[in-house]
Design a protein around this ligand. Structure first.
Ligand code: GDP
Ligand code: ZN
Length: 326
């Protein structure tokens, strides 16, 4: 019997084994062809379009090729020193979720940088509005809009307000995929369940202070929202180290970037240089010191990676290898 070949999409990852939905809708557990993971060490992620071979008498499919990606969500691999990790591919929107009563603006800045860097549409969804009073919610929305608008809209949702969930559903255009990010416990699975109108993802128990005690299964899965687009919740995204994020930083800090253009030195790091328009704005209270700190921290993080890349290309050249690195 000849080997069968299919095209499909990775809809879930379980312990490194992609679950592929074939064009006819059938789900097939797959592994990677050795040739794929060997040289370039390419691995399929959620959202990837792949070519799969099913050898006769083989219980798994073999992913032989990954189609070029329109978009990637990338962070620095938290388990390695300096390696990028792609968490999702081929999506049109990123939703950043935080509970309205516990918004962490510094984390939000970082999440926005990562989201903007993908080039997708970005929306901030503030969850669990039923747990916060209206005045506090209004103040929080304003603070969040100050960071996110106009590049990203801000929505507020609550379990007990179906209209608020409808507003999120309206963002999910049919035929598009949305990636949902946010730390564990912010209500991502609950939001997906509300959008679908059924318990498709298990919801974690309320956490007690120390952030431990959550034992729900962690798996990323693309979910079809009836009458709308698809959404994929990315649980367990703890570390949000930046990889290639210069454009994302620019998009998330338009205020700082506009000032940077007025610094005396073109390559100003806004640290100790004379004539720094950014530091002057901080001193004059036009930019919050905390915002300036986040900007600087993320800027440095990206620089580390650039230095590393430079040292890598130097290594390769000195080994007499002419392989080009992108
Ligand atoms: P995830 O880790 O981001 O997927 O968060 P979950 O969806 O598992 O939610 C964490 C906890 O928050 C669960 O106990 C949910 O029941 C609760 N939760 C989620 N959304 C809401 C909401 O709108 N209102 C309230 N009161 N609780 C919510
Ligand atoms: Zn400067």
């Amino acid at each position: 019997m000849a080997e069968a070949r299919y095209r499909g999409e990775v809809v879930k990852l379980d312990r490194g084994y992609p679950l592929v939905r074939l064009e006819d809708g059938e789900l097939l557990r797959c592994e990677h062809a050795t040739a794929l993971v060997k040289g370039e060490r390419r691995r399929a992620v959620i959202g990837d379009v792949v070519e799969v071979a099913v050898p006769p008498a083989h219980d798994k499919g073999v992913i032989e090729a990954i189609a070029p990606r329109t978009r990637e969500f990338v962070r620095k691999d938290p388990t390695e020193r300096a390696v990028p990790q792609v968490l999702a591919a081929n999506f049109e929107r990123v939703i950043v979720a935080q509970p309205v009563g516990e918004v962490n603006l510094r984390r939000l800045e970082r999440e926005l940088v990562l989201a903007f860097e993908t080039g997708a549409e970005v929306t901030v969804v503030l969850t669990k509005a039923d747990l916060a009073d209206d005045a506090a919610t209004r103040a929080t929305v304003e603070a969040v809009q100050a960071l996110a608008a106009p590049a990203a809209d801000v929505l507020v949702v609550s379990e007990d307000d179906p209209a608020s969930v409808e507003a999120v559903r309206a963002l999910l255009a049919p035929g598009t995929t949305t990636v949902l990010i946010g730390r564990s416990g912010v209500g991502k699975s609950s939001l997906v369940n509300m959008l679908v109108g059924a318990e498709v993802l298990s919801v974690g128990a309320v956490r007690e202070g120390d952030g431990k005690g959550r034992h729900t299964t962690v798996s990323r899965e693309i979910v079809e929202v009836p009458g709308a687009g698809r959404i994929v919740d990315m649980p367990g995204v703890r570390g949000l180290g930046l990889w290639d994020a210069e454009e994302g930083i620019g998009a998330a800090f338009p205020d700082v970037e506009a000032l940077a253009a007025q610094c005396r030195f073109r390559d100003c790091t806004h640290h100790e240089e004379p004539g720094c328009a950014v530091r002057q704005a901080v001193e004059e209270g036009k930019i919050a010191a905390s915002r300036y700190e986040s900007y600087r921290t993320m800027y440095e993080e990206v620089k580390d990676k650039k230095d590393w890349e430079l040292s890598q290309s130097f290594l390769i050249i000195s080994e007499g290898n002419t392989v080009e690195r992108s």
